[in-house]
Design a protein around this ligand. Structure first.
Ligand code: FAD
Length: 442
């Protein structure tokens, strides 16, 4: 496989990481790094941390190394909106839904959320993890039929949901912006940087976590190895690559089917007691939009408003400070239109990240070179889906069979992407059209 030419970098002020209580946790020192490991995992996002955790459980005597280019929690796993979603991601009102497939998705999502909850409880991790559920809310009347369709779909796959109308909703959210929402109780709202870092901090002793240790190259073969940017080569029995759309830069053949969409997040400063009174003293909540290109909003446990919006194609799988700067106006507009009484409240953190996607939303999952395996999600439900891929990749490399693994293996085949420059041009036109269609949901 080729040398990596592009590495992840923090872009903007990473609000979740900066406010994480465990940001100063120390992981392994490079002096303990060995020349050989039984397993190496590259990339410590939700996929990588779950892979390492399950490997350690499957093989308690094995030596495992987890390499991360940034600090754990600074990658996209710590830059998202923090919705750990259990219900399948269905384009609202999509008539072509396959119910059996979505029942599976729900089951797998639930398995991984339960597992992370158990780890949190077992280790008494003090992390921002709230069983709040989520609202999927509409501002415009034209999206109400889509909400009704979604409620029927959730009912058909036996998952709970509840409709909230404008007045009751305003009492829950502290804003009268939305006219109706569909509430699903199983989503967990987290500080994703704190949670992924917390889970990495309680990995068993036989896992060495090396953060700020970028991998330059993965070499497949009978004894695969990784070359680090610092010049060291580390050998392994098997390697798991959980680097999201950065897989493109490692030269794995299937990676051309992955791409990334940039999206942006912003946090206000902490609201004062007085501001909270005007806002309604509500409990922390999270709200996604009735249109996929709409704005995601949270009122966080740290008394801030968080907004996420903006979609642009990421030709080189990276985000730039210019894009973050350009995204600010749209984020600000979304915040002020929902909370006009808080217009004077500034943003303290604004940042950009990348949502990994595939054309048919199927994940990349499986062996991509001799003794090298990779897992990357194909839709916006990355936290649960990447965690799931990590878990079952660990089972795959250990030869542990299950119904879930077989299901994942047969439903993970990302489809072909058009070549550049058609991909970037087509994707940007499509994203601009989606944002236009989303109207007031942005
Ligand atoms: C603004 C925004 C909001 C989002 N909101 C949500 C949400 O609310 N819910 C949800 O489910 N999903 C959300 N997502 C998507 C979600 O963040 C991703 O799908 C998820 O992070 C994928 O997890 P992962 O572990 O596969 O990859 P990542 O989190 O990208 O982890 C891969 C890791 O690999 C590391 N890496 C890359 N190259 C190298 C190298 N050469 N050497 C060593 N390490 C390397 C990276 O630094 C990174 O930490 C959002 C994304 C964005 C950008």
């Amino acid at each position: 496989m080729k040398e990596v030419s592009r590495f992840p970098a923090p872009v903007g002020d990473l609000g979740w990481f900066s406010t994480a209580t465990n940001k100063d946790h120390s992981f392994a020192d490079s002096s303990v790094m060995e020349a050989d490991y039984d397993f190496i995992v590259v990339g410590a996002g939700f996929a990588g941390v779950n892979a390492a955790s399950r490997l350690a459980e499957n093989r308690p005597g094995a030596k495992i190394a987890l390499f991360e280019a940034l600090q754990v929690g600074m990658g996209d796993s710590g830059r998202n909106a923090g919705f750990m979603i259990d219900v399948p991601h269905v384009t609202v009102g999509d008539p072509k839904v396959d119910l059996e497939h979505h029942r599976w998705r729900f089951r797998l999502n639930t398995i991984v959320i339960n597992r992370m909850r158990e780890l949190k409880n077992k280790h008494n991790l003090q992390i921002d993890w709230r069983e709040s559920g989520k609202f999927l809310a509409a501002r415009e009347k034209r999206f109400l039929p889509a909400l009704d369709n979604l409620a029927r779909f959730l009912d058909a796959i036996d998952t709970e949901s509840k409709v909230f109308e404008r007045a009751e909703l305003a009492g829950k959210l502290g804003t009268e912006y939305y006219i109706r929402a569909l509430f699903t109780p199983g989503t967990v709202l987290i500080n994703p940087a704190e949670v992924v870092r917390g889970l990495a901090s309680v990995l068993p002793q036989n896992v060495h976590v090396f953060e700020t240790t970028p991998v330059l190259q993965v070499l497949d073969g009978p004894t695969p190895s990784v070359r680090l940017v610092n010049g060291k080569t580390v050998r392994s029995g098997k390697i798991i690559l959980t680097v999201s759309a950065f897989a493109n830069h490692f030269g794995i053949p299937q990676a051309g089917r992955l791409y990334g969409i940039n999206s942006f997040g912003a946090f206000t400063r902490k609201l004062s007691d007085e501001e909270l009174t005007t806002f309604g003293n509500v409990e922390p909540w999270g709200c996604t939009a009735a249109h996929p290109a709409g704005t995601t909003v949270r009122y966080t446990a740290s008394r801030r408003i968080f907004v996420r919006n903006g979609l642009s194609f990421s030709t080189h799988q990276c985000t730039s400070p210019e894009r973050v700067h350009r995204a600010r106006n749209k984020l600000r507009k979304a915040f002020v239109s929902r909370f006009p009484k808080l217009e004077h409240v500034n943003f303290e953190y604004v940042y950009g990240g990348m949502i990994p996607l595939t054309f048919n939303t199927q994940s990349l999952f499986g062996e991509v070179g001799r003794n090298v395996f990779a897992g990357t999600v194909g839709d916006g439900l990355g936290l649960t889906r990447s965690s799931m891929l990590g878990l079952y990749l660990a089972d795959l490399v250990c030869g542990i069979d299950s119904e879930e693994l077989r299901y994942l293996a047969k439903t993970n085949a990302p489809s072909w992407c058009p070549p550049e420059p058609f991909l970037t041009m087509g994707a940007n036109l499509r994203l601009a059209w989606d944002e236009f269609q989303a109207g007031g949901e942005i």
